[in-house]
Structure formats: C-alpha cells, structure tokens
Design a protein around this ligand. Sequence first.
Ligand code: ADP
Ligand code: MG
Ligand code: ZN
Length: 579
Amino acid sequence: MECNSSTELMQNESYCADWTAEIDINLKSVFKLNELRPLQRQTMNATLAKEDCLLIMPTGGGKSLCFQLPAVISKGLTLVICPLVSVMEDQHMALERLKIPSAIYNYSTPRLEVNRIQEDMVNPNGQLKVLFITPHLLVHSYRFMGCLKKSYSINHLARIVIDEFHLCSKSSHDFRDDYEILDIMKRKFPNAPILGLTATATDNVVEDVKEILNIPRALLFRASFNRPNLFYEVLEKPDTPQDTMDKIFHLIEQRFKGQSGIIYCFNRKESEEVSSSLESRGIKSSCYHALMPAPYRNIVHRQWLSGDIQVVVATVAFGMGIDKPDVRFVIHHSISKSIENFYQESGRAGRDGQRSDCIVLYRLADVIRQSSMVFTEQTGLPKLYGIVQYCIDVAKCRRALIAPHFGEVWESAHCNKMCDHCASTQYQVRIKDVTQFIKNVLSTLDAAQRVTPAKLLDAWYGADPAGFKGTSIVAPSLAKNRAERTVAQLLVEGYLKEEFHFTGDTINCYIIPGPNAELLRNDDIKVKIDFVVNGGSETYSMTDIELDFEDEDEGESNQRRRKITSQLRRTFPKGEVNL
Ligand code: ADP
Ligand code: MG
Ligand code: ZN
C-alpha cells in the first residue's frame, strides 16, 4: 500500500512527533491491537492535527480505526455520518465491547436516549466519544442541528467523519441526494476537521467531493488494493464433489503441506462436508459457521491460531477479527458473491507479507447457486458478474481484473508474475467468434421452456431431454467446458439473462435472452471470446481444440459432430436435430 502523493505524506509525517505515543498506547490498551496497518497512522495524525483528509482504502483495510482511535484521544465528540443503519449498529456494538462511549441517533432512537444524547452533546464534560447519524436525519432534524451548533460553539465537536464519501459525487455510481447536502458542514463548522472514508473513488470523484464538501486543501491518502505477496489463481472446479475433494486434497498435500489455510464454502452444509472429507483423509481441519455455538467456534479459532488445526473450512461467518499472520492459502470452494467480498476473504492470506496463494475453484453451476441468493439485492447480480468475469477471463492479469472495482488502473507489468496468467508464458490465446453460437442458444431458448443452464448444456451434450421435447437444437461446436464458459460470458455481457422463479421454498433459475440479445439482429455485430490454445488455466485435449477450430481440421471436427449428433438423436428421438 502506498500514499497517493509523497509530498502529502511528508507534509503529514511532520505531525507524527505529536501523536505517535498516544496512538501507540491507545492502540494496545483500548483496541488490543499490536500494530497499525499502512496509512492508518498518517490518517490519524492528519485528523488529530485538524486537517481535512480523505482516505481511500479497500474494504477490510481498517478505515474505522482511523476515526475510532483519534476519537478516544481527542477531547469532545466525533460525529460519524454513515449511510447504513446496519453498519452503524455493527460499529456501535464493536465500540461498546471496547468500552468506548458511543451512540446511534436515528429515527428509531427512543425519546429518552435522544434526550440523553442531546444533553451530552452540549455539555463541555460530555462523555460520548462517537455519535453515529444518517445524513438524512442530520440535515433534516432542526433540533439536532441546533445541538450540533451549540456543541461546536463550546469547542466540543472534535471532528466530522463522512463514511462512504464517494456518495457525495454525481459521478460515483451510487450517488445519494442526502450526501450532496453535506456541503453545509464545512460552512457551519469551519474548524471541525472532516475525515472522509471510502473503499472506492476515482480521481474525478475525489475532486468532485473536495468541491462539494468545501475542502479544497484536504489531504488525500489512497491505499492501493494491491497485495504484492498474494498469488491469485483460478482453477476449473471438477464436475463431482468427489473429484473436487481430490483436487483440494492434492493441493493441500503437495503445495501447502503443514501450512495454515482457509477454505471458504458456499454454505454451512458444504463446509461440514468438505471438512469431514478432509479429516477422513488425515488433514487436521474443522468447519466454522454461524450455526455453531460461540464457545465451540472460539475453540476452533484458537486451535487454528495455535496450529493444532491446519485448515478451517468456513462460511463467510469466519472473518471479522481474524488476524492470523501466516495464513498460506485461501481456497474458495465456490465463488464469492462479489470482487469486494473475494478481496476481503482472500485477503486474510499472507498478512505477514510472505507469499501466499488465493485460489478460486470456478464452475458455472456455482454462479447459478450464488445468483439465486443475491438476485434480490439491488446490485447483487452485477456484483456477482464482476467476480465471474474475474474467473472466466483466460488472459488478463488477475490484478487488472480486480483493480477497477477499487477505482484503480493496473499495469500488468507490476504483477511480478504473481498471478496464474502472468506466471504462465506458454499458452497462447485465440479469439473465437461465437456469434453463431449465441444465435443458436437464443433459438433454443425460443423453442424450449424453462431452460436451466444445466439443462441447456446437458441437452447439447446428450443427456437430460426434459423440457426440450420437439425442440430443434443446434449442438455447439465447442468443448463442453468452453460452452460453459461462453454461457457465463454471455450472462456477464447481457446477451443472456438469468430469470428467477419461486417454487415453494426453492428458487429456480432459468436462462432467457438478455437485454443485449436484440443487438444480434444486426448482422454487423460480432461477439468474440478469448480461448486458450494450449496450457493456461483451461486445459483441453487436442480433440477439443480441433473441435473449436474446426476450420483447421475438417475431418476431426466432423467426426465429433457426428458423435454429438448421434447422442442428440438418441436423446430426442422425435425431435429435429439440426447440425
Ligand atoms: P473497512 O472499514 O476499511 O472495511 P474495518 O475498519 O471494518 O475495515 O476493519 C476491518 C477489520 O480489520 C476489523 O476487524 C478491524 O478490527 C481490523 N483492523 C483494523 N485495523 C487493524 C490493525 N491495525 N491491526 C489489526 N486489525 C485491524
Ligand atoms: Mg468500514
Ligand atoms: Zn498478474
């Protein structure tokens, strides 16, 4: 991680002498932490010295500490403007555990509590250190604003923290009106330093926010998303749980023998299954999920910290406060729900700076499982497709695929061969035109009903015919795993779309034409996808490759086509099979 501008950093370093001791003492005594993470000290120094300051740091980087610790040191109140009540509640609880006086002021705060907060705010000896409020209530409550003015006038307002400050800017993807009105804060409280925090902000957004908040001279600290010691890799997840376990077992036995790691699973049941399968193969492991009683979870955590357990097989419940320095691998047994989640989960590897591996086992079926969970969230699917894109890309530096999600541009040369694509020099990428493929998919979808992705693939490759009766189907001239990857790519690019139906307690996902399918009516539009010809993360037999590039080997591909045709004929005895 590095500071965005060395002059800003140097300018800021001069405050260190004033605050270093107090920061270090409180870090240990109040927060029970051993050392600061990159940019935390600089940010704390800046805000303690009453400078306006913007901090951009990836999720999980430790932004909260940057205002919590100064709040403890400073006299008076640190006001935290935060868009989400659930985030406030989490933070409030964390502060309570640390015995730091804090409160939440929102529309559901009981009358008595409101009175108590307001009295405290205007009392020169008030005890509250941190007060959370939503931007909406802040700018709409006349009474609260009155208290705040009084608090400021008696020198009791130590600083104003604006969480998710990118929301102020219209050029950020999720701009909020409530945030734009925060322009009044600097005008009303010129001497209270502003500390803005976010995980993502481009330079444009930063400039915009400085202007809106009236803080033109604010210091800017930007922590890079890049963790140079982490090796990023995506492996194809095998078809069956048995084969998947073999793959994981071999990785642990061969690459990570005796080393500490985490395996993230889709749900509780899977974490139990994977864990017991590892145990049966002689690897010391335990599952960890939210339904386990807390004391038992603590035992698992402690045994893992001490090395008695080599692998924790966990759901995302395993995360908060996990700070083991020598985690050598994080394996995602199925994909995370977003790049941000993946970054945070995989980021638990290699805290000590030593090389550590972040491996995702990817297959389309897991995308569908995950999408059925996240589709109700407003940005659920786009975020999921971000991680899908990360997994299915066959050529780009994995860091280049992560960077845009954190507002950064990445030069692959800086990767130092620390991802599977940058590390492999052997494979070549060929671009294949899949326009006809997608046209065929669309006509299959027109003809058949309720096509799940699995059914689509099965029907092509000669298995389950249900729902396809009488359908004219064109088998793809792609090896199955490539057809699978192409379907994922078409989802990500909006040529196909997932549609969700509730049936009793279950959610079914069907594939339908996407918003961009219309584009294909225009014959000039061509859809192209990269495929690997040899080596790389996709591995194929020669026949598969020749099948893809059939124009190069007519004979072989025809043979394969005939085989697929005969499979389809068996599957659809009455159906018309067009090849
Ligand atoms: P962010 O807001 O940047 O997403 P948080 O402030 O929620 O991140 O911090 C993420 C986790 O990192 C928390 O569990 C926090 O306690 C922990 N953390 C923050 N700073 C440190 C530190 N210096 N040392 C160890 N853990 C830290
Ligand atoms: Mg945060
Ligand atoms: Zn790379």
